[in-house]
Structure formats: structure tokens, C-alpha cells
Design a protein around this ligand. Structure first.
Ligand SMILES: Nc1ncnc2c1ncn2[C@@H]1O[C@H](COP(=O)(O)OP(=O)(O)OP(=O)(O)O)[C@@H](O)[C@H]1O
Ligand SMILES: [Mg+2]
Length: 345
């Protein structure tokens, strides 16, 4: 498999800069998600890696070899798009075989690879159907099979699940992850959905406005965002102004002791809703204790989110739906010091 590196890559279209500067290291066999809001430059980055766009500056390396100027056909990459772009007048088999046929692959080899790939994507029984006779998930599997049959050394997917409903998206995510692990193929997956990125990827590259904002494993990105923009994009609800002195953060609702490293001065403190414990009686001998009142409750099935007012500040607490605490109830919140994250300004 192939390692992919971007070194100081910039891309302008005329006077417009789509990518300011991106450095990215993707290990061989790794699944990396490019995550960011619409227009941030995800597709442009993918197209440069594929060879469909030439970077204005910087280099793209495959296994340390500069491919910045190498044509798309010579890079041996596979692309799967949001719109499956299947040929409507061709059966599943013919669609899947198309890439090999245009390369003049010999018949016996084509037949063998077809069997292998149909098994991998579990489409054997649909082989003689036309795209119009398939569900969205099945069409997406045909699109993936059609790409994989050419044995690409890098697989790229641009929002491939955007057209599917929520349940099917979940199934397809597991399918793609499982397939990628079995084949060990270096994969770059574009999405603007942070849940999708976290579920699928070994590492997530967050792109904001043409810049790489953070590149980290899903848990690190979720627990330790390096800016409030990323915290916000990753769905953090409790982010507050704080003044740091030593291991203490002074906030509008009291002082919190934390365990991580942080410089003295103004900062933001992030508390994940599920990191906060909610108590109905006053706990004793627990650090980072605050009194408050429940002002709202949202039920999500498995989880419940409570809004708790602490000295006029609204703090959201999420817990599993093992009990229901009423709105208006007086409560105490506690936060373990190692679950507090400080975002430096
Ligand atoms: N060929 C082009 N000419 C001029 N501008 C372009 C071109 N291609 C992309 N852009 C601009 O570059 C920016 C990044 O576009 P890109 O398609 O990479 O975004 P994206 O992150 O994939 O967004 P989305 O999530 O909506 O697909 C956008 O502002 C877009 O308008
Ligand atoms: Mg795009």
C-alpha cells in the first residue's frame, strides 16, 4: 500500500485561494477523513491527490516519490463520488468490469477479479440487474466495487454516503470500514459530518477555510480540540471564558482544578457534557463541585441532556437514560480534573 504526503500544498483558482497551505502525512493503510464545512477545500484537496488538479505550490508524494505532476492515469488511485455515476444501460457486472475492460485486461483475469470483488461487496445475487433495479446502498456498493476492481493503491471517496438515509449510512460506514481494514488500502474519505469522520477514520484532518486546522485521532479531536472553532464544529456545548493560574481555571460559575498543562492567562475551558456528573444530594470530598438547578431536559432515547443553571451560566450535562431528573430540581455537578480541557487563546 501507499503512503501519501502533502508538503506545503497551495491551490489558487485565478485570484482565489482555495487551499492556503496544507501539510498532511497519511500512512500506508491508514483511513484518513478530510472533515470541514462546505467550501473549505475538501474536494480540491482530494482532486490534487488524485491528479485531477495540479497544486499551485508544494508537493504531493506517494511513497516519498513526488507525483505532483504525474497524470491521473499513472497514479493508480481509485475515486468514488457522491453521485455514483453508474452506467444506467449496463448491468452490475458490466459496470464493475468497465475499468478493466478499457485497460484491455485479459478475459480470464477479468472473470476472476469480478468474482472476487462481487464477493467482497456482497453483490453476487445482483450481478445481472441494472442500476435502476438497485437500492441506494447497493448502487453505492457497485460504485465501490467498480473502483476497487482496478486494485488502486489509494482509495478516495468524496462524500460517498451523502445520498443515503441515516440508517443506511450507518450500515455503509461499517461496511466501508470493514472492507478497508480487510484490504488494508490507504483511504481518504471526505465528509462534512463529524460523526461520520470519527466513526470511520484512524485520523481526521479538519480543514477550515483552506487551512489544516487540526490533524488527530477521533478521540483526541473530540476531547482535545486546539481551538474553539474546532470545539464548536465537533459539537462541544460547554465552552466558557476562563482565567488560568497554575492548575486552576476561574470561570463565571466558580474555580475549576484541572489536570492538563496550560499557560497562565486568558483561555477557554471546555467541559464535555458526558464528563460532568450530576448529583441529587450534595456530594462530600469531591473536587470541582458546583450547585445549580435543572432548567431544561432533552430526551434522546439512550441519553438525556439536562441544562443546569450554575450562577447564571447554562451548563449542559448528558447522561444515560437510567433516570429522569425533573426540571426545577436543585442539583450538584462535579467534574473530574482530568476531564477538563483548556483551549489556549
Ligand atoms: N475550478 C474552480 N474554480 C474556481 N473556484 C473553485 C474551483 N473549484 C473549487 N473552487 C472554490 O474553492 C473552494 C473550495 O471548494 P471545494 O469544492 O474544495 O470545497 P468542499 O470543501 O469540497 O465543499 P463541499 O462540502 O461543499 O463539497 C470553494 O470556495 C470553491 O468555490
Ligand atoms: Mg466537495
Amino acid at each position: 500500500m501507499t503512503a501519501v504526503q502533502l508538503k506545503g500544498v497551495r491551490k489558487s483558482f485565478g485570484t482565489f485561494t482555495a487551499i492556503s497551505k496544507i501539510d498532511l502525512d497519511i500512512k500506508s493503510g491508514e483511513l484518513v477523513a478530510l472533515l470541514g464545512p462546505s467550501g473549505c477545500g475538501k474536494t480540491t484537496t482530494l482532486r490534487m491527490i488524485a491528479g485531477l488538479e495540479i497544486p499551485t505550490d508544494g508537493q504531493i508524494l506517494f511513497d516519498k516519490k513526488d507525483v505532483s505532476e504525474t497524470a491521473v492515469q499513472k497514479r493508480n488511485v481509485g475515486m468514488v463520488f457522491q453521485r455514483y455515476a453508474l452506467f444506467p444501460h449496463m448491468t452490475v457486472e458490466k459496470n464493475v468490469l468497465f475499468g478493466l475492460k478499457v485497460r484491455g485486461t485479459d478475459k480470464a483475469e477479468m472473470a476472476q477479479r469480478l468474482e472476487d470483488i462481487l464477493e467482497v461487496v456482497q453483490l453476487q445475487q445482483f450481478r445481472h440487474r441494472f442500476p435502476a433495479q438497485l437500492s441506494g446502498g447497493q448502487m453505492q456498493r457497485v460504485a465501490i466495487a467498480r473502483t476497487l476492481i482496478t486494485n488502486p493503491s489509494v482509495l478516495m471517496m468524496d462524500e460517498p454516503l451523502a445520498n443515503l438515509d441515516t440508517k443506511l449510512r450507518g450500515e455503509m460506514r461499517r461496511f466501508i470500514r470493514d472492507l478497508q481494514q480487510r484490504l488494508g488500502i490507504t483511504t481518504i474519505f471526505v465528509t462534512h459530518d463529524q460523526i461520520e469522520a470519527m466513526e470511520l477514520a484512524d485520523r481526521v484532518a479538519v480543514i477550515f477555510d483552506g487551512n489544516l486546522a487540526q490533524y488527530a485521532a477521533p478521540d483526541a479531536l473530540y476531547q482535545q480540540p486546539n481551538s474553539i472553532e474546532i470545539a464548536d464544529f465537533m459539537g462541544a456545548t460547554n465552552v466558557f471564558e476562563a482565567a488560568i493560574t497554575g492548575k486552576s481555571a476561574t470561570t463565571a460559575f466558580g474555580a475549576l482544578s484541572f489536570a492538563t498543562k496550560a499557560a497562565d492567562g486568558p483561555a477557554h475551558v471546555m467541559l464535555r457534557g458526558e464528563a460532568i456528573d450530576l448529583h441529587l444530594t450534595e456530594p462530600s470530598g469531591v473536587q470541582n463541585q458546583m450547585q445549580g438547578q435543572v432548567t431544561a431536559r432533552e430526551f434522546f432515547g439512550a441519553n438525556i441532556t439536562y441544562s443546569v443553571d450554575c450562577k447564571g451560566v447554562r451548563i449542559q450535562v448528558t447522561e444515560q437514560s437510567r433516570r429522569m431528573v425533573d426540571v426545577g430540581q436543585d442539583v450538584w455537578l462535579t467534574i473530574p480534573p482530568d476531564r477538563i480541557w483548556i483551549i489556549q487563546k
